[in-house]
Design a protein around this ligand. Structure first.
Ligand code: CAA
Ligand code: FAD
Length: 387
């Protein structure tokens, strides 16, 4: 579907993975997309399928059951899934680029040995940072952790809000403060298993990504063994934001996938549909619109792949990640909106699934840092560079 020029930098391995995901998305996910959206529920067989296809431990090393593949591979999987369904895409994205990555980068060997294989093979993960009173101001979180006197466990109390995958997840990475007087330097990260006492409360009814579960979680004095502190006390904020820099490239890829998916679905029928005696896709007015959107999708994809490659090669990529996420979410919304118009009245119905891309695109400007937060991040870095 896309111009092969944008694939020039992919390795043979990455192209092969892309093909595997495309096949899974077309054959297994596509037939269920509209039903899952209407029911606001992910088919458990699809989550199972993601694990069976080896897509839930992409960067995890093979010793821990993963594929040991590149960050770009993880990004390609997200893009490819989002072309067909953004909910399935974010399920995989949160699991790989947030949850697995926190373990891979910051956990002790013992925690890696215990949890990474489970996370590769069948247990779904959630990343729990946001709270009712702290979204953009994430480091103002109020969930507390108290260490027991004998030091053998922590007690977690508080609420998390908007947590993706939480209806299905079994492993929760929870950010909580051990010492509110230290501000964000009191934040630590804990591995909490569902049966330690996580209460899954209200499930949100949403505009888009409706098959992806988003719930409030309550922690009512949940006891977590001391060994489930991930990394060091007080460094949770650093883990959270450094992982989110990577996650933002993932969301950028999701938005590129949405834009391309909408384009691929809406454009071919314009060469069939006739008005004024000719296929509507042949009108120059339509072709100008196709050309502009195709160019913007290409630009968004290149920003995204570039951020991924910079990360992979060990360069600082914070600014490029924020740029990719901000720009790709703008393009996704625009492409999806145009796709509806290209399909005419049909595009506006819920049966053909084009309008869903527009609904799904809107989340790109909100999660993993709103568009304003991305622009603030870019602005801060530009100020450092230029002042
Ligand atoms: N990369 C690395 N470090 C960063 C950083 C970045 N992008 N932004 C801030 N930091 C560091 C700073 O260096 C500083 O650390 P040190 O003191 O060690 O130097 C610390 O964070 C605080 O910096 P600021 O005072 O500048 O930051 P702030 O308190 O004003 O805001 C922030 C920081 C909370 C990270 C905010 O910029 C932000 O990104 N908010 C959005 C939160 C977010 O993305 N939430 C996503 C939840 S998960 C999710 O949404 C998943 C999903 O939907 C699928
Ligand atoms: P607010 O922070 O209250 O923002 C409201 C408005 O104010 C926005 O337009 C924002 O851009 C603007 N604003 C805020 N601060 C500034 C500023 N300094 N300058 C200019 N404008 C500003 N969180 C998780 O931890 N884990 C998840 O898995 C997860 N999944 C999510 C899934 C969905 C479907 C949704 C909707 C959210 C999810 N989130 C998750 C939470 C998400 O990260 C937050 O919603 C997001 O960070 C914004 O926070 P907020 O909703 O509190 O909005």
């Amino acid at each position: 579907s896309e111009n092969p020029v944008s694939l020039y930098s992919l390795t043979e391995e990455e192209r092969m993975l892309k093909d595997v995901v495309k096949k899974f998305a077309d054959e297994v996910v596509a037939p269920k997309v509209i039903e899952m959206d209407e029911n606001e529920k992910m088919d458990p067989e699809i989550i199972k399928g993601l694990f069976e296809q080896g897509l839930m431990g992409i960067e995890t090393d093979p010793d821990h059951g993963g594929a040991g593949a590149s960050f770009t591979s993880a990004i390609l999987v997200i893009e490819e899934l989002a072309k067909i369904d953004a909910s399935v895409s974010v399920c995989c994205d949160v699991h790989n680029t947030l949850v697995n990555t926190v373990f891979r980068k910051y956990a002790s060997q013992a925690l890696k040995d215990k949890y990474l294989p489970q996370l590769s093979e069948g247990k779904l993960g959630s990343f729990c940072l946001s709270e009712p009173a702290s979204g953009s101001d994430a480091f103002a979180l109020k969930t507390t952790a108290k260490k027991s006197e004998d030091g053998s466990y922590y007690t977690l109390s508080g609420s998390k809000m908007w947590i993706t995958n939480s209806a299905e997840a079994e492993v929760f990475l929870v950010f909580a403060t051990l010492d509110p007087s230290k501000g964000y330097k009191g934040i630590s990260c804990f591995v909490v298993e569902k049966d330690m006492g996580v209460e899954i409360a209200k499930k949100e009814k949403k505009l888009g990504i409706r098959a992806s579960s988003t719930c409030t979680l309550n922690f009512d004095e949940v006891k977590v063994p001391a060994e489930n502190l991930l990394g060091e006390e007080g460094l949770g904020y650093k883990y959270a934001i450094e992982i989110l820099n990577e996650g933002r490239v993932g969301i950028a890829a999701q938005m590129v996938g949405i834009a391309q998916g909408a384009f691929d679905k809406a454009v071919p029928p314009t060469f069939e549909r006739k008005q004024f005696g000719q296929p509507v896709g042949h009108f120059q007015g339509m072709q100008m619109q196709f050309a502009k959107i195709a160019t913007e999708i290409e630009a968004a994809r290149l920003l995204t792949y570039n951020a991924a490659r910079l990360k992979e090669q060990g360069h600082n990529f914070t600014k490029q990640a924020a740029m990719a996420k901000w720009y790709s979410s703008v393009v996704a919304e625009k492409a999806a909106s145009q796709a509806i118009e290209w399909a005419g009245g049909l595009g506006f119905t819920r049966e053909v699934g084009i309008e869903k891309y527009l609904r799904d695109s809107k989340i790109g400007a909100i999660y993993e840092g709103t568009s304003n937060i991305q622009l603030i991040t870019i602005g801060k870095l530009l100020t450092k560079e230029y002042s």
